[in-house]
Design a protein around this ligand. Structure first.
Ligand code: ADP
Ligand code: MG
Length: 375
């Protein structure tokens, strides 16, 4: 159904915000550390029209259930558990921040796989935020837009995510990976030109999400906070890599110790990756990706059989490097390959899944794409 068929008139415009994959820097975002996402060509698109009567209508082509109708003055955090909480939360967050936002008619269509760790939720929020920004002439910076979308997800939807997803969707640029310092949101666009070097980055969506992930996320966060407390630093980001062994010697709890080791070494791997990309040595990031996966599997303990199977089978078939990406316990993995090995590696991953009796994964290419924009 088109916007006109749903709402009876034409939209004022259309806006698009992408999903993302994180090249490296996993679970560092709630430790004030570094992340390196790139935007996917997959986007959430919203067609939108301003309404001056305070009514907010929401429709998604991707979810059955018709149109949600709400009023902007009666939006209440936690009230609605469904998908509409994401865009409604953005309206709420903008208004909570004192911005003059009223009603709107919004119609979404998305090509970002949902629940695959590719941030369909941030794409939904950021496309909403950008549409409202323009419809109401707010003049928001991309950084403020991202922060307000994060607030919507944290406080309205009730999901305690970090800032990476919204910043990636709002700020990434074509042909680059975004180096983001999650402490002060300092950004650097690092050239990530795969094609000219004969390389491809594949995303393997395992299509599984193991249910222990929510409780585990809370536990990892606690162990990280405990580690920072024992070491007397504001966040694990403040533990220099050179002092890691000494720091680990001061921690008795084995869970805290392994989490600290992952975070400190992961921040180091982000720095290594940037240094290599800036020298144009893209192939050389392969071993860094593999080391990142081993750290998430053995130290942080958030991998699973399907993610390990991607990494092992891809590497055995000649990939340059591979790692799980996103929160873990399912979701997606990244595989860096030479162009001429892409098919062979993909086939090897599919075969490994068949042999193990896993559901067939979805494999696609991650081309570093643009951030949110008007279309
Ligand atoms: P991820 O962000 O990794 O895809 P999340 O669980 O954070 O996974 O967000 C997925 C949720 O976002 C979906 O369950 C749905 O509520 C909402 N969502 C994402 N895309 C759409 C869409 N196109 N239409 C409606 N809801 C969507
Ligand atoms: Mg999400």
């Amino acid at each position: 159904m088109s916007f006109r068929e749903i709402y009876g008139s034409a939209p004022d415009g259309a806006w698009e915000a992408p999903g993302r994959v994180n090249l490296i820097g996993e679970h560092t975002d709630y430790n004030d550390g570094f992340v390196m996402p790139l935007a996917l060509p997959h986007t959430c698109r919203v067609e939108a029209a301003r309404r001056d009567d305070g009514v907010l209508r929401l429709h998604s082509a991707d979810v059955p259930g018709g149109v949600y109708e709400l009023t902007v003055d009666s939006l209440t955090p936690g009230a609605d558990g469904g998908w509409a909480a994401y865009p409604a939360g953005v309206v709420w967050a903008l208004r909570e921040d004192g911005l003059p936002v009223g009603g709107a008619d919004l119609h979404f269509t998305s090509t970002v796989p949902t629940g695959a760790g590719l941030s369909s939720s941030a794409a939904l929020e950021v496309s909403t935020g950008l549409a409202l920004d323009e419809l109401y002439g707010l003049g928001l910076s991309r950084e403020r837009l991202a922060r307000l979308c994060q607030r919507a997800e944290n406080d309205f939807v009730g999901m305690p995510c970090g800032i990476m997803d919204q910043m990636a969707s709002a700020c990434c640029t074509e042909g680059h990976v975004l180096h983001l310092d999650t402490r002060d949101l300092a950004q650097r666009q690092v050239p990530f030109d795969l094609a000219s070097q004969g390389l491809r980055l594949l995303v393997v969506d395992t299509r599984v999400k193991h249910t222990l992930s929510d409780g585990a996320y809370a536990a990892q966060r606690r162990w990280c906070e405990k580690g920072a407390e024992i070491l007397g630093v504001p966040a694990l980001r403040d533990v220099p890599y050179e002092e890691l062994e000494q720091a680990l010697g001061r921690i008795d709890d084995p869970d805290v110790r392994r989490c600290v080791r992952h975070i400190v070494t992961e921040n180091r791997r982000v720095e290594e990756t940037i240094a290599l990309l800036e020298r144009g040595e893209t192939r050389a990031i392969g071993p860094v990706l593999n080391a990142g996966h081993a750290s998430l599997r053995d130290d942080f303990q958030v991998s699973c059989a399907e993610l390990d199977a991607v990494v092992e089978s891809a590497n055995a078939a000649g990939a340059i490097g591979a790692r799980m990406t996103g929160g873990g316990f399912g979701g997606s993995a990244l595989v860096l390959v030479d162009e001429d090995a892409a098919e062979r590696v993909t086939e090897a991953v599919l075969e490994a899944f068949r042999t193990a009796g896993f559901r067939a994964p979805r494999v696609f290419e991650a081309v570093p794409s643009a951030g949110a924009r008007r279309v």
